[in-house]
Design a protein around this ligand. Structure first.
Ligand SMILES: *[C@@H]1O[C@H](CO)[C@@H](O)[C@H](O)[C@H]1NC(C)=O
Length: 213
């Protein structure tokens, strides 16, 4: 009796499997595959949408930063004056000859001229130092010695004077920017103050590309 009851119970649970024919099994397997395929397609569609969103945000960032495949490079420089400029006369370039950084090689330390490698917005800054009793009048110029795009001066004082200015300007590729003296000026270079760490950091210029057009 016990065995019979057990067999009835097993048949009740698994009986339908035993009577399934081959065709039904194949159809079921196909249905399962189709369901899986549908699920994968849905996942793929989600991934494609996600990639499209990410691509358009990259493209809009590129438009914003002006780096959509053009060789903007990494343009940044800093150069200092290694020697005192005792008499810098009107129109004379201030040549910062001690190069600290020249990424993109746009700054020429022989002539003291920055040559814009690409059209875009640039920033330049300078700090000039003069000893007590000295003074300077200088300008940033673009392409010729009278086309001023920035100005920095220090009048005669009884103390050491350090002044700075920063300019932001738009340049076309090939435009040149440098600093000139506007009247007889004195600008300090290296005073060999190794003991206080100053060395040739008394007077310097730096600049970089903010964004290409
Ligand atoms: C210097 O550049 C300015 C601006 O482009 C121009 O008006 C001026 O005529 C130029 N001067 C000389 C001497 O080339």
């Amino acid at each position: 009796m016990f065995l019979q009851a057990l067999l009835v119970s097993i048949f009740a649970q698994y009986g339908h499997c035993l009577v399934m024919d081959t065709a039904t099994t194949s159809t079921d397997a196909l249905m399962v595959m189709l369901a899986e395929e549908k699920q994968l397609r849905a996942q793929l569609a989600t991934q494609v949408t996600d990639m499209q969103n990410r691509l358009s945000s990259v493209e809009s960032f590129q438009n914003e930063c002006g780096c959509d495949g053009r060789p903007t490079g990494n343009v940044a420089f800093m150069a200092a004056l290694s020697k005192d400029l005792l008499h810098c006369t009107k129109g004379q370039p201030v040549i910062f000859d001690s190069v600290k950084l020249n990424n993109g090689k746009a700054y020429n330390d022989v002539h003291g001229v920055f040559n814009a490698p690409v059209t875009g917005t640039y920033m330049f800054t300078t700090t000039l130092s003069v000893q007590p009793g000295g003074f300077y009048r200088t300008a940033f110029v673009r392409n010729n010695a009278t086309n001023e795009i920035g100005y920095l001066y220090a009048e005669v004082l009884s103390i050491w004077t350090d002044r700075s200015t920063t300019i932001v300007t738009h340049l076309d590729a090939g435009d040149e920017v440098w600093m000139v003296c506007l009247s007889d000026s004195r600008i300090e270079g290296d005073h060999n103050h190794g003991w206080e760490g100053a060395n040739d950091f008394h007077s310097h210029i730096s600049g970089f590309l903010l964004s290409a057009d």
